[in-house]
Write a protein that binds this ligand. Structure first.
Ligand SMILES: [Fe+2]
Length: 322
């Protein structure tokens, strides 16, 4: 079944591997990438990663151009919005009342030329404490990032000024080779890892897992099962670990992946969710138990550089103590 011998895929440079957790993740991720099939659970049969839609892209592009709406879709895609939300929590530590998180998801930066300039202009005047990326930085799905990804993505990273840094998780379009590139841009990639933002004796607990849409392993749920108590935030590419996070007392779950449909009906209803489970979590805010979740519409596009009835976005959250 394997199309590629995973030993042929170059490993991330050793000095970018921080811990045994990272080494274990790397070993598993390389094997899964070599299969070139979605891994949606430990038990479920893997399904082919390429969908009918991938094969239809050239025909769809030609069709949209013929009927004269391709350019409008492209213009729509570059017209992203800044969404600002105040989020109230009973259990937020007092020191973090007013804490601001900039959330950027799914740039697919080489799919939409010029998007990096739109993003840099949008965030230039913003103030925030931490920036988080929730995956899918490029259009392709295999191999290392090329200059067409690294250059514009670096431009965005350089435009981000966050006191507590930039944290990133991988999506289904990002291979293990992305980690080194992203960390060279100044991001801290969380691959089934947890980090802490401290203010005196209080802290935010930030957990990032690998992508559950295509690269599921039980290690993700295990990582979310941290015994530590406090205000816990999950950064995960797709919403599909919502039950595991809620069961483990996470307060906030930030994700993307769905593009909120990208091409929607005039009512805003998406034609495709690209979710294996949790299809009701395709966009915007949602609740699971006591946990608040947010599925970003993403700032980029995948497949075709177009959007209809579905605006891309960057979000700025202000955490408030209730
Ligand atoms: Fe994705």
């Amino acid at each position: 079944m394997s199309l590629v011998n995973y030993m042929d895929i170059p490993a991330v440079a050793p000095d970018s591997i921080h811990s045994n957790v990272r080494k274990e993740w790397l070993s598993n991720r390389r094997k899964l990438e070599a299969l070139r099939f979605n891994k949606v659970s430990e038990k479920a049969k893997a399904t082919g990663r390429f969908t009918l839609l991938d094969h239809l892209i050239p025909y769809l592009t030609a069709g949209l151009k013929t009927i004269g709406i391709y350019d409008r879709g492209y213009k729509n895609a570059l017209n992203i919005s800044l969404k600002q939300h105040e989020l109230y929590f009973d259990n937020l530590p007092q020191s973090f009342d007013g804490y601001k998180i900039l959330h950027i998801s799914d740039p697919h930066i080489d799919c939409l030329p010029g998007l990096e300039h739109v993003i840099c202009r949008m965030i230039a005047a913003l103030e925030y404490d931490m920036c988080v990326f929730t995956g899918d930085y490029r259009l392709g799905s295999y191999g290392a990032y090329g200059a067409q990804v690294v250059q514009p993505l670096s431009q965005i990273a350089q435009a981000i000024h966050a006191r507590d840094g930039i944290y990133a998780t991988l999506g289904n379009h990002d291979t293990h080779q992305a980690v080194e590139a992203l960390e060279e841009m100044g991001m801290t990639v969380l691959t089934n890892e947890t980090t802490y933002i401290k203010r005196g004796s209080e802290q935010l607990i930030i957990t990032g897992t690998d992508d559950p849409y295509a690269y599921y392993t039980n290690k993700m749920a295990e990582t979310l099962r941290t015994q530590e108590t406090g205000f816990k935030i999950a950064l995960i590419h797709s919403p599909e670990l919502y039950k595991e996070a809620a069961e483990n007392q996470y307060s906030l779950y930030l994700c993307g992946h769905t593009h909120a449909g990208q091409v929607c009906l005039p009512s805003g209803a998406p034609l495709i969710s690209h979710l294996n489970k949790g299809k009701h979590l395709v966009s915007n805010f949602w609740k699971e138990g006591n946990m608040l979740g947010y599925t970003s519409a993403g700032c980029g596009t995948s497949g075709l550089p177009i959007r209809f009835n579905c605006r891309g976005e960057i979000a700025l959250f202000t955490l408030r103590k209730k």
